[in-house]
Design a protein around this ligand. Structure first.
Ligand code: ISE
Length: 343
């Protein structure tokens, strides 16, 4: 069986996902497209030479159509909620780009709808869980080789802010949200608190009226393990994501992306990639293949779940509160409904 996918939102991220499904994903085809800008749909059809695709005038029509088995939502994140609720209402599985929704209240609505339906429908696009580097790191931690994890040190450097309106809060909702998801996944624990600190401002920041950069996040997990995350949106030199975990018996570092070793000009060099699309290509492909396989076989999306989406919202709220008011802010994660236990 080939899973027919309908895409809501085919701007830059959505269009990358269309290309991915067309060229790299087994067992799925692109059957429907909708974007608030009709030119975006036309561009994608032309760019990827798509045939037998139905275009829709609204996201509701796409979700309801019998030409669509499952849905990919890659639109602006403040429009996700209605589409996700509609998918749950009509019983269609959906892979949604991060963040799942714009607010904690909206994410709670998604959880309530899934619990009421008695089934998970939503997979959230925290693709790092499918990156081979993070997967190797998780395997080592889970094997007990380095002992109980005590601390982790992470780094999220991007060369320049992605938009001209990128502000201090967006660093949390757009960038740091990946570490928010991966840290509780690696430690297999919820968070207790978070503190955000601003470092000496970088002179590379061209937008300091709205963006404070760089920042340091410090999480405390349930069993008191600590995670620090260095966030720099003006690193200039590269897109550089790192993660190192200190355990009771040893330290494990995420393997770097495999680029060739260069011996040049009296130096040994390894090129670092400059964009997340390249750095996390295997992660993106992996999350899509997992979604397609799981929906096809079990009529259930893979993980991360909507509850992980909610955890990310609650933690982002606490981080933003700390940015604004300073100090350590508590993170209170509600009891997991049965649907999300052991996932
Ligand atoms: C971007 O939106 C992403 O999701 C990337 O993975 C992240 O590293 C980057 O900071 C974000 O702007």
């Amino acid at each position: 069986m080939v899973l027919k996918l309908g895409f809501i939102g085919v701007g830059s991220m959505g269009s990358d996902h269309v290309e991915r499904v067309k060229n790299n994903i087994q067992g799925a085809e692109i059957s429907g497209l909708y974007d608030i800008k009709s030119e975006a749909v036309e561009n994608v059809i032309k760019k990827f030479d798509l045939e037998n695709v139905t275009t829709f005038d609204s996201s509701d029509e796409l979700i309801e159509s019998n030409k669509v088995d499952a849905v990919i939502v890659a639109s602006q994140f403040d429009t996700h909620t209605e589409d996700l609720l509609k998918c749950i209402e009509v019983g269609k599985n959906v892979l949604v780009e991060k963040p799942m929704t714009a607010t904690t209240e909206d994410s709670q609505k998604i959880i309530e709808a899934e619990v009421k339906a008695g089934k998970r429908y939503v997979q959230v696009g925290f693709m790092r869980r499918y990156d081979p580097g993070y997967q190797k790191l998780k395997e080592v931690i889970d094997s007990g080789l380095v002992g109980q994890p005590l601390m982790a040190h992470m780094q999220h450097h991007i060369p320049i802010p992605p938009t001209t309106y990128y502000d201090t809060e967006m660093v949390v909702n757009d960038a740091f949200i990946h570490e928010i998801d991966i840290a509780h996944y690696l430690f297999d624990q919820d968070y207790k608190s978070i503190e955000m600190k601003f470092a000496r401002p970088t002179s590379k920041n061209k937008n300091e009226e709205i963006l404070r950069d760089p920042q340091l996040a410090i999480f405390q997990l349930e069993d008191d393990a600590l995670v620090t995350v260095e966030l720099n949106m003006n690193s200039k030199f590269a897109y550089d994501i790192q993660c190192r975990v200190t355990g009771e018996k040893g330290i494990v570092k995420m393997p770097e992306i495999r680029t060739p070793e260069l011996r040049l000009d009296n130096k040994i060099q390894y090129p670092i990639l400059d964009h997340w699309n390249n750095r996390f290509i295997e992660g993106f492909n992996g999350e899509f293949q997992a979604f397609v396989d799981s929906v096809t076989k079990n009529n259930l999306p893979a993980t991360p779940t909507a509850f992980d989406g909610l955890i990310a919202n609650i933690t982002s709220d606490a981080a933003i509160k700390s940015q604004k008011e300073g100090g350590v802010q508590e993170i209170n994660i509600p009891e997991r409904p049965k649907l999300y236990k052991n996932l």
